[in-house]
Design a protein around this ligand. Structure first.
Ligand code: GLN
Length: 251
């Protein structure tokens, strides 16, 4: 039974532009409230990445994103930890760089970690900026009790458009916003991707403050389902969700 968890926020010096480091705090708090001891580590890019049960990778600008990808490929710890069962939450630039390829500032393809079967290219239209609402559906991850996550809410700010390949599944269908962008042949827009215990999303917020069920899904993955995650009083989080969902423009 895992009563101790290490949560690592990856390279906050490079991928800390959008407040996604808050996801690490949320995971640590929600675990601690269930009696799980947590080491929350902020792992700088100048040092070897530590082993952790759960990694949070945030968003960033194009240049630091390329640098982060190169450091993570050279370091090698993250793919090894994932192969050993570690969970990953990767947001925006983090999402793109755990995929197979993503564009640098000039649009040239940069090699990602290949932890998700997702390829990002530079979008041709305007930058995606604003509220996103996305609904989990068939193919989305299930909670420990077999349920779909509630509707996802977040804020996006990205130029890339992402295509999810057959080796991963999309996280949700976009109701409002851009997310990954339109599906093949102009099909409905999708949001994020996941496979195994690796989950990528365009949602900032931080996303786990707005979507506590997603935080608990990741904690369940990181503990291997060994620890029962008792319900918490999420009244404040639910109020935030209701406010942000109401603020999203209709499609
Ligand atoms: N640089 C990437 C893009 O614009 C990611 C941006 C972000 O992390 N918010 O697509």
């Amino acid at each position: 039974m895992t009563r101790r968890l290490t949560v690592a926020v990856v390279y906050p010096d490079l991928l800390g532009t959008y407040g996604d480091g808050g996801n690490g705090t949320i995971l640590a708090k929600r675990a601690a409230w269930r009696g799980i001891d947590v080491d929350l580590v902020h792992a700088p890019s100048a040092e070897p990445l530590p082993r952790a049960d759960l990694y949070c990778i945030g968003g960033g600008e194009d240049g630091p994103q390329v640098r982060a990808a190169r450091c993570l490929v050279d370091d090698g710890t993250l793919p090894a930890a994932v192969a050993d069962g570690a969970a990953v939450l990767a947001v925006c630039a983090g999402y793109q760089l755990v995929g197979r390829r993503f564009p640098d500032a000039g649009g040239q393809a940069v090699e990602g970690l290949g932890l998700l079967d997702a390829v990002t290219v530079k979008g041709t239209g305007r930058r995606a900026v604003g509220e996103v609402v996305a609904d989990p559906g068939p193919g989305s991850p299930r909670t420990a009790t077999g349920e779909l996550l509630p509707t996802l809410t977040g804020f996006e700010n990205h130029g890339g458009r992402t295509t999810v390949g057959a080796g991963s599944a999309v996280l949700a269908r976009v109701r409002s916003g851009i997310g990954n962008g339109d599906g093949p042949g102009g099909g409905p827009a999708t949001e994020g991707a996941w496979s195994g215990r690796v989950l990528g999303t365009y949602l900032h917020g931080p996303v786990l403050a707005r979507n506590p069920a997603l935080a608990d899904l990741l904690l369940g993955w990181a503990t291997g389902g060994d620890v029962s995650l008792d319900p918490l009083d999420d009244g404040e989080e639910q109020a935030l969700r209701a406010e942000r969902l109401a603020a999203a423009p209709r499609r």
